[in-house]
Design a binder for this molecule. Structure first.
Ligand code: GLA
Length: 384
């Protein structure tokens, strides 16, 4: 597979008839466990993918942008109204940089990469973090990883309007090869957990679109639950601070539809911390069991799975994987499979065959190891 930096450089050259001044790239992510906890003050355990999105850019008097997905060059008015397409993420980054005093009159920008979009693998954070790095460099500024997270998060949350947490931007900016990242969102701590084992990604082929959709609705439910909990627990800052022992009281006091949402957040918080400990101890069987329990909680309590994902999780474990679960926001997207190294090829082949029998198409399935975070790329030499 061609590198994202090479893809973006060649898209830049064919759209703007010159080579870019800077190229930066950032990874997509797979969340091992800790789903819908990052906007509830809980822990997450994401891993950076080897698949990346690259942004190639040069200074210019106006904004012209292109993605290799369709090759169409758009002239952007970064002060105007949003277009409700991928360019909004870029405009969001430009505005966030501007509000921090990193101003550019314009730029030519080409975006390309290998992170599939709409698959729950955070192609949007890969784009915003890479864009923040590339445009910051064009403006002569080297932003810290923490700054990149803030720019990318606010671009998506405030400008595009996706009510996300900070998990995706944090892993894209802070990832280190060979490690998962235990991010305690309530206190902001980052802890690296060694992960040499290969992870498999099986895409359900059901694409999700998050803007204004189900994620925002879940987040509203969590905010409502938190406000109600505060009537008898005034100091409570996040739902993830509740303990499993609080759940019977929650069940008595909250309106029935909110109870399973809180139960997911509370049990997922405990599972994520347990999974990080098991991973650090090299106990992949326990990690796998926690993944399966996490998926059941998404299916029963958070109601964010789809039948294709439920099927993949059930078949993966039946064929001998340690475990599997839907990763990312949900309502489509991809399943992460943790399988014993000596049996993974057979398990994945059987899984693809079962999926084909049931849904009449083969799923995209590929593997990754834990990769590194955002980086400036050397500009690849032109291919003749
Ligand atoms: C999306 C959001 C993340 C996180 C996940 C669910 O990917 O961008 O911040 O909330 O959903 O865990």
């Amino acid at each position: 597979m061609m590198s994202s930096a090479r893809l973006a450089t060649s898209q830049f050259a064919s759209s703007f008839a010159t080579r870019p001044t800077v190229v930066a790239s950032a990874p997509g992510r797979v969340n091992l466990i800790g789903e819908h906890t990052d906007y509830n003050g809980g822990p997450v355990l994401p891993v950076a993918l080897e698949r990346r999105t690259a942004v190639a850019a040069s200074p210019a008097a106006e904004w012209r942008v292109v993605t290799s997905l369709d090759g169409a060059v758009h002239q952007l008015d970064v002060a105007g109204s949003l277009r409700r397409d991928w360019t909004d993420y870029l405009v969001g980054v430009v505005r966030e940089l501007g509000s921090r005093g990193v101003a550019l009159a314009g730029a030519h920008v080409a975006v390309a990469g290998t992170v599939p979009a709409g698959a729950g693998l955070s192609s949007s954070a890969a784009l915003t973090v890479a864009a923040a790095r590339a445009l910051g460099l064009l403006a002569g500024r080297s932003l810290s990883a923490a700054d990149l997270v803030e720019v990318a998060f606010h671009a998506e949350y405030d400008r595009v309007g996706v009510r996300c947490g900070r998990m995706d931007q944090t892993i894209a900016a802070h990832a280190e090869r060979g490690t998962a990242l235990l991010f305690e969102t309530g206190i902001g701590s980052l802890e690296r957990v060694p992960l040499e084992h290969r992870l498999w990604i099986v895409e359900t082929g059901i694409s999700h679109r998050l803007t204004g959709g189900a994620l925002n609705e879940r987040r509203r439910e969590c905010e409502e639950a938190l406000a109600l909990c505060r009537t008898w627990r005034p100091g409570l800052r996040f739902l993830a601070q509740l303990a499993p022992a609080d759940l019977p009281e929650i069940a008595r006091r909250l309106p029935p539809p909110l109870v399973p949402r809180v139960r997911h957040v509370v049990t997922e918080t405990a599972r994520t911390r347990a999974a990080a400990l098991a991973l650090a101890a090299g106990d992949l069987a326990t990690v796998g069991r926690l993944l399966v329990e996490g998926h059941a909680s998404l299916r029963e309590d958070y109601r964010s799975t789809v039948p294709e994902a439920d099927f993949l999780v059930e078949r993966a474990t039946a064929h001998g994987a340690y475990g599997a679960r839907l990763t990312g926001a949900g309502w489509g997207g991809a399943v992460v499979v943790l399988a014993p190294a000596d049996r993974e090829t057979r398990i994945l082949a059987e899984l693809s065959r079962d999926f084909g029998d049931r849904f009449g198409r083969s799923p995209e399935a590929w593997s990754t190891r834990a990769a590194g975070g955002v980086r400036r790329e050397a500009i690849p030499a032109p291919t003749s």
